[in-house]
Design a protein around this ligand. Structure first.
Ligand SMILES: Cc1cc2nc3c(=O)[nH]c(=O)nc-3n(C[C@H](O)[C@H](O)[C@H](O)COP(=O)(O)O)c2cc1C
Length: 135
């Protein structure tokens, strides 16, 4: 069974580019091994993450993420079975978005996703758009 987990959280401190890079490298490597796709967006000290993959690795990964002291107030938005992944084709599976260039790429991808006309994809698109445009 393929599932997705989407959550919001608050970064404990302002993360420097170096700190984000360390987090990203670890997440990307683990997610590659666990065949997890998705996206991690950092904006104004908040994270929005989408994880997708087989049930067990996604749940185990989310369990580790929830224990991580680098963020708090983890708010689960979606935790459900899905028919297919939507970030599989994006940037080789898992991306961190923390600059305008990445954001532009992500928007292009979301535009493409909208064409797919799937209710799950549209929900994720709206969630990401609200997150990015808030404040
Ligand atoms: C906002 C945030 C997002 C994270 N995303 C992932 C992720 O997608 N995959 C992952 O394995 N770890 C992620 N982590 C890191 C985990 O919390 C944890 O530090 C890491 O998985 C431990 O890996 P290790 O047991 O291989 O050292 C994230 C941490 C934070 C704070």
């Amino acid at each position: 069974m393929i599932k997705t987990v989407c959550y919001l959280s608050d970064s404990v401190e302002h993360n420097t580019m170096d700190e984000l890079k360390i987090l990203y490298e670890k997440a990307k490597e683990n997610n590659r091994v666990n065949n997890i796709t998705g996206v991690l967006i950092y904006k104004d000290r908040n994270f929005l993450q989408v994880l997708e993959g087989e049930e067990h690795p996604v749940d185990q990964t989310f369990k580790r993420i929830k224990k991580d002291k680098r963020h708090k107030n983890i708010f689960e938005i979606i935790n459900s079975e899905i028919e297919e992944r939507i970030f599989e084709d994006y940037n080789f599976g898992f991306t961190i978005v923390n600059n305008n260039e990445e954001l532009k790429n992500l928007y292009q991808y979301l535009d493409w996703l909208k064409e797919a006309d799937s209710s799950h994809a549209n929900k994720v698109v709206r969630m990401v758009e609200n997150f990015v445009s808030s404040k």
